[in-house]
Design a protein around this ligand. Structure first.
Ligand code: SF4
Ligand code: SF4
Length: 367
């Protein structure tokens, strides 16, 4: 059965700014039906790496917090620790990054909590019936919350083609060990012809898997590599992953984690996708490149599969921006595939197969 996806386009005018529109979308989600008085409600955001400005703003999170509080719920803003080095690897750094990016309790009207604890060890093994996993490692602060509202930035992603709600509840709700489980098949390699020996990859590798050859160029020890893909992000063009085979495995695993994140919250989750400032990369990077397509708008649904499918469809219908983004496969009809040469559809299809939702949707436009 198709799921309802409510959609407000990106145009704004008097009385119809982003916040007015988001408030209308929240009403459409009928939160009253999923939040009971006294419920702890995880507002799952991505508060961005330090240096990134593409993440969805804390003012949007506050709107959701206030809506939950009006229903008697106990909201908290949350995200998890990362697998790679950076400003969100352990909770003290992660919280400071959140605050510096604007997610302070005084701004969002709620506590800001790292859901998997100080070092990422606070997780729950949630049973799933997956092809890859029998259980998945979901951050305790998210698993034990009674309900969850997920705020996602719909944009491109190096490993999954597109990142939206499913990325946010799979990789985003997993502890670092869970993230590593998902990435275990991702093993990049260095094209020595293209390597300029800049050393950037060695500085970011959390597993000390990259060393210099005699000619100073980089080489990767695949037995040490944990597949975090951090080196791929910083390399100016010499490190590649065989995404054609490895991306679909990663995406299947993500779908199993998404199922685990939703476990115990049947009919207690809602999803807001912002298909605005649609950047090529995710908000985990410490920069925000210019968007590759024009803003589409904001989508809301109780179904994470439907909201991602609809977001991808709308983004594909949006015109390219004039920025000269390097397209890996410029002839591809799908804009995400053109950009990264990675098909996003496997993770959405796998999430549907895992029972997370439906790819069929009714797009209900709101004014
Ligand atoms: S070599 Fe492996 S562990 Fe090191 S940064 Fe690259 S993907 Fe991550
Ligand atoms: S980041 Fe890329 S170009 Fe620089 S040393 Fe590593 S592999 Fe070579």
């Amino acid at each position: 059965m198709p799921s309802d996806v409510f959609f407000a386009d990106a145009r704004e005018t008097y009385g119809k700014n982003l916040f007015n529109k988001t408030a209308k979308l929240l009403k459409k989600l009928n939160l009253r039906d999923m939040v009971n008085a006294g419920d702890t409600v995880a507002i799952k955001v991505h508060w961005g790496e330090k240096g990134n400005t593409g993440y969805i703003s804390p003012q949007v999170a506050r709107l959701v917090v206030d809506a939950v509080r009006d229903l008697g719920g106990k909201p908290f803003i949350t995200d998890t620790n990362t697998l790679y080095r950076g400003t969100r690897r352990i909770a003290p750094d992660n919280i400071m990054t959140a605050i510096e990016n604007g997610f302070a309790p005084s701004v969002v009207h709620a506590p800001v909590i790292v859901a998997d604890g100080l070092y990422g060890h606070d997780f729950v093994e949630v049973p799933v019936k997956g092809k890859h996993f029998k259980s998945v490692k979901i951050a305790g602060g998210i698993h034990y919350a009674k309900a969850m509202i997920v705020i996602s930035h719909a944009k491109g992603h190096l490993a999954t083609g597109m990142g939206g709600a499913l990325k946010n509840i799979s990789m985003g709700c997993a502890s670092p060990a869970g993230k590593q489980n998902m990435h275990s098949d991702v093993k990049p390699s260095v094209d020595a012809e293209k390597c300029i020996a800049c050393g950037s990859c060695m500085k970011v590798c959390p597993a000390a898997a990259i060393s210099r050859r005699k000619d100073k160029k980089a080489q990767i020890d695949k037995t040490r590599c944990i597949g975090c893909a951090e080196c791929v992000v910083v390399c100016p063009g010499a490190i590649e992953v065989e995404w054609e085979s490895e991306a679909s495995l990663l995406q299947e695993k993500m779908a199993e984690y998404a199922r685990g994140a939703l476990a115990g919250k049947e009919n207690k989750c809602a999803f807001l996708n912002f298909a605005t400032n649609i950047t090529p990369d995710c908000d985990c990077v410490d920069w925000t490149d210019a968007p590759f397509v024009a803003d589409a708008g904001v989508l809301a649904s109780r179904d994470p599969v439907a909201v991602d499918q609809a977001s991808a469809d709308l983004i594909n219908q949006s015109p390219w921006t004039p920025y000269p983004h390097k397209l890996k496969t410029p002839d591809a009809a799908d804009k995400f595939v053109a950009l990264h040469n990675v098909d996003w559809q496997p993770h959405v299809a796998a999430a549907e197969a895992m029972g997370c939702g439906s790819r069929r949707y009714n797009l209900v436009k709101i004014r």
